[in-house]
Design a protein around this ligand. Structure first.
Ligand code: ADP
Length: 482
């Protein structure tokens, strides 16, 4: 804590921060948690974000100032960096550029050589940026494998560097299986050394996320449920023994959502604004969408929706298997997603086979996502695992009731109809199979026929408090505890 201001100085290091760059939930968190900490606890914290100056951020051309250039040596490589400053909702955001970031590339290449160099170099450069800024922080809060190597580097290469003495580290896991495997050659080139932690399995000693986990003082997950699940073989990705042994440093805090950016009463993407007291206006969005998609226009036909990365994690195959078995019931289905080419092809085929009731947008599109949240009746989230999940929270805020597997953050954020219809905000099911999804869908379609029960659930969902402030306070307590 600084003597001059009495504030805890935190650098939040992330690959994504909305609205500059967002691929998934990490972008939502990166764009919302630091502002919430700053807005609610400005007397206690000086938090700033650092992220790569991705091509997509450049294309958005946010207002920014150049701070300067700096270079440093990593192994036999000289890394030349440019540093800019911008802001997101009052939080200073450092945008860092170097030769591995600075080209026309996506946030993630999906090519391990390129992603490895991009994020391993970023992890070192963000530490060197602190030195260049002469900003002595108290806490480095890194996120996922992309910046985990900064935590490792602080505990190894930079261990005896007086500039970083006393820096405490927090590493948030947003998705454990994405551990950075494949970036080993990049780490060799930049001179990283393996973790010496004897408790790590051998494969993990030179893999970014586990290296960061071993080095971090505190390991956070994005929901309490996931912090327990990763201690088990089913969810632990080979790290469960390590995490069990070190469970005292593992803690889960449920993500929040930015209730200003996600507000159906003001959202510019939707034609008919609505509130919990005006669900009739909400229905207009659905009728417009039915018309636009060429579906039968009828408010009584339940509209199933999903907004997702098309990946096996999200349980998307079970939806594609289930819907053709449910054709004797009345429903329509609209999907927005992109990802695996196999799942994209399956989505297209399904829409071509049933154009009167299935529509698929195969792309990433923020506006359409908001239209689907605002128009749908049931939001499908049959994830095989879910570290937190934000889509179900956006869906609830927009009165679209989630139907989800009982796992991770979905259990922590959805109140199940079968447990108590009076307080329910959605539907949870245990069996992560097509049969489990079908059973749950049949139940939800039955409940939908009782509009009084349905609207009660919508009201419960829309008034659930998912604001970041509650979670931000818990993060502040973690920082203080260090
Ligand atoms: P994950 O981070 O695992 O992808 P989350 O539910 O935590 O899942 O967050 C997903 C975020 O990405 C949500 O904000 C969701 O609206 C958004 N999203 C996912 N796919 C798309 C898409 N195709 N178009 C627009 N937004 C999307």
């Amino acid at each position: 804590m600084t003597e001059e201001t009495g504030k805890i100085k935190v650098l939040f290091a992330t690959a994504e921060a909305a609205p500059f760059a967002k691929v998934g939930g990490l972008g939502d968190v990166g764009g919302a948690l630091p502002p919430s900490l700053l807005q609610n606890f400005s007397d206690e914290i000086d938090i700033r974000t650092i992220m790569p100056f991705h091509a997509v951020v450049k294309s958005k051309n946010p207002p920014r100032k150049k701070i300067g250039d700096f270079s440093f040596q990593a192994n036999d490589q000289q890394l030349d960096c440019e540093l800019f400053i911008s802001d997101i909702d009052g939080v200073p955001v450092y945008l860092l550029d170097n030769a591995y970031i600075n080209h026309d590339s996506p946030v993630y290449h999906g090519d391990w050589q390129l992603d490895g160099m991009k994020y391993a170099s970023f992890s070192l450069a963000l530490l060197e940026a602190l030195r260049y800024l002469n900003w002595k922080i108290d806490i480095l809060h890194a996120n996922d494998w992309h910046t985990a190597l900064a935590v490792h580097a602080l505990a190894t290469t930079y261990k005896n560097d007086p500039f970083f003495s006393g820096v405490k580290t927090v590493l948030s896991i947003h998705n454990l299986p994405y551990n950075g495997w494949g970036s080993q050659e990049a780490m060799n080139r930049l001179g990283f050394t393996a973790s010496q932690d004897p408790d790590l399995p051998d494969w993990a000693k030179y893999t970014p996320l586990p290296m960061g986990i071993a080095a971090a003082l505190k390991v956070m997950t994005v929901s309490p449920g996931y912090s327990q699940e990763i201690l088990t073989p089913e969810y632990g990705c080979g790290m469960e023994n390590y995490l069990q042994k070190h469970s005292d440093k593992v803690m889960g805090i449920l993500n929040g959502i930015d209730e200003d950016r996600w507000n159906p009463a003001e959202d510019e993407a939707i034609s008919h604004h609505f509130t919990v007291d005006d669900l009739a206006s909400r229905v207009q969005n659905k009728l417009d969408l039915q018309k636009a998609l060429g579906f039968e226009v009828d408010q009584n036909i339940p509209l199933l929706t999903i907004v997702t990365r098309l990946s096996d994690q999200k349980g998307v195959p079970s939806i594609f298997d289930a819907l053709p078995q449910l054709l004797d019931r009345s429903w329509q289905f609209a999907l927005l997603g992109s990802g695996s080419s196999e799942l994209e092809a399956r989505a297209r085929t399904l829409a071509e086979t049933h154009p009167d009731r299935i529509a698929c947008f195969i792309k990433y599109d923020d506006v359409i996502s908001r239209v689907l949240y605002a128009s749908g009746d049931i939001f499908l989230m049959p994830s095989l695992y879910e570290p937190c999940g934000l889509s179900q929270m956006f869906a609830m805020r927009y009165g679209n009731l989630p139907l989800a597997t009982a796992t991770g953050g979905l259990i922590d954020s959805i109140r199940d109809y079968s447990a108590d219809p009076q307080t329910a905000t959605g539907f949870l099911y245990d069996e992560k199979t097509t049969a489990g999804l079908l059973r749950s869908l049949n139940l939800a379609l039955d409940v939908y026929e009782d509009q009084d029960a349905w609207q009660l659930m919508q009201k419960n969902a829309m008034t659930t408090d998912f604001c970041w402030k509650t979670s931000a306070l818990k993060y502040l307590d973690v920082y203080k505890s260090l």
